[in-house]
Design a protein around this ligand. Structure first.
Ligand SMILES: Cc1cc2nc3c(=O)[nH]c(=O)nc-3n(C[C@H](O)[C@H](O)[C@H](O)COP(=O)(O)OP(=O)(O)OC[C@H]3O[C@@H](n4cnc5c(N)ncnc54)[C@H](O)[C@@H]3O)c2cc1C
Length: 400
């Protein structure tokens, strides 16, 4: 870490940058992109990244300071919610496991949002048991041919690239025969089909991969080491989903508190008790997220990220249920059943019923709550692990 980049130095750099780089007018897409590219090149995108890769090798704590200065100046941002898989999962994985060429090639357009990413991990027979994936990648000259089916692939319909876990060796135990790739979503043989959700929209997809040719330069990490690479993604995924910074009384609890203040006629003593309990839990979860991000400044996310994601999912479901209950009949009126292909998961911009329905997925996506409880039990609390019989068996001999 570069200790010379203090809070004061970071502020001065932003001031100098803003003095030299005019803020584009709203709607000026070219100007917006030029601004974001320049910000990346000035090392003011991901402050903790190395110089040349969007950062200044500075402390992560400086990130909110810099983001705040850009926001206060009315500068465009890279709308992280739109590209959460890229920013939250692909980027840290590429930074840690990618070659110099891969970092150079992917990180800048990822950060600016020019290229969106999706995650091609889950399969019909491999969700919680992710190491069981059956999608095959077979050597083909200087590249690979990939064939298989992925499922629940959020935003695949918008993505330029996908992070892909595939089996390269079926003759070894399941965790050892995997390799991690970057999948070109425009390559021949990639077919994306929508899956309609409980909310009515199709935010995720099935992705069929039929003889998709990927050059070896799209392999991330060593052949057979895909599980170690995927663990970096998964650890970051939990932090990205559960540990995103929110202001006090922000997010779902904020919406609920707002309704409570504005609509006294809806209040009952029982709902009041429930709201207060959830408000306190939301604040505790928020502060735990702050602590987690401070720990992150010192290194990689640990299993504590699983606890934060677990808490986030439970709270989102309870808060959205309480909102529907508070609103009574109006709370049951869904704002739209129209089949749509969204660009964002817009929790706060939609109605109460949307939030209630979409929150069901929070305890499934990014690792189910049952699995996260196992992780917390084993790796945080040190309790005995579940008995496993499949760790040393050859993957091709496992029942499927
Ligand atoms: C909204 C949403 C978006 C998603 N986006 C993506 C995406 O972009 N990319 C992607 O790759 N995947 C995505 N997923 C998939 C998600 O990661 C998987 O659904 C999840 O890992 C669970 O896998 P599964 O559905 O196969 O369930 P299963 O693994 O079949 O589990 C079924 C049930 O059994 C429980 N269970 C399984 N094993 C155990 C155990 N050992 N102990 C206790 N309970 C257990 C589970 O917790 C669950 O309740 C998304 C899912 C949702 C809901």
């Amino acid at each position: 870490m570069d200790d010379t980049v203090t809070d004061g130095e970071a502020r001065r750099r932003v001031e100098r940058f803003l003095a030299a780089q005019p803020i584009p007018a709203p709607g000026d897409d070219d100007g917006r992109l030029a601004f974001l590219r320049a910000r990346f090149d000035a090392g003011l995108a991901w402050l903790h990244h190395p110089v040349g890769l969007g950062g200044l090798a500075a402390a992560r704590e400086l990130q909110p300071v810099v983001d705040g200065l850009f926001a206060a100046a009315g500068a465009p941002d890279n709308t992280p919610r739109r590209i959460g898989i890229g920013l939250g999962m692909a980027a840290p994985t590429i930074l840690r496991h990618g070659t110099a060429d891969q970092r150079e090639r992917f990180l800048r357009p990822l950060w600016t949002g020019e290229q969106l990413w999706c995650q091609l991990f889950s399969e019909p027979g491999a969700g919680s048991d992710l190491a069981a994936v059956a999608t095959r990648a077979v050597r083909d000259g200087d590249g690979w041919l990939v064939t298989g089916q992925k499922v629940w692939t959020s935003m695949a319909h918008r993505a330029r690239w996908g992070i892909l876990l595939a089996r390269t060796d079926p003759d070894v135990p399941k965790h050892r025969g995997l390799t991690y790739f970057v999948c070109d979503m425009h390559a021949p043989g990639v077919e994306v089909r929508p899956l309609r959700q409980l909310t009515g929209e199709a935010e995720f997809n099935e992705v069929f991969l039929t003889g998709v040719r990927l050059g070896d330069e799209l392999r991330l990490g060593e052949v057979g080491q895909g599980w170690a690479v995927a663990r970096t993604t998964l650890m970051n995924e939990r932090v990205a989903i559960g540990g995103a910074p929110v202001p006090r009384e922000g997010g779902l609890v904020g919406l609920l508190a707002d309704t409570w203040r504005k609509r006294p006629e809806l209040r009952t003593p029982a709902l009041h008790d429930e709201l207060l309990k959830l408000w306190v839990r939301a604040e505790a979860a928020r502060l735990t997220g702050v602590r987690l991000r401070q720990q992150l400044a010192a290194g990689e996310p640990g299993p504590e990220g699983s606890a934060v994601k677990l808490a986030f999912a439970g709270l989102a479901q309870q808060l959205s249920s309480l909102e529907v209950e508070l609103l009574g009949e109006a709370g049951l009126r869904h704002d739209s059943w129209e089949f749509s292909r969204p660009e964002v998961v817009d929790f706060t911009g939609r109605g109460a019923t949307y939030r209630y329905l979409r929150a069901r997925g929070n305890s499934i996506e990014g690792g189910t709550s049952e699995i996260l409880r196992n992780i917390v039990a084993e790796r945080v609390l040190g309790l005995p692990a579940e008995p496993r019989t499949d760790l040393d068996a050859t993957w091709k001999d496992l029942p499927r």
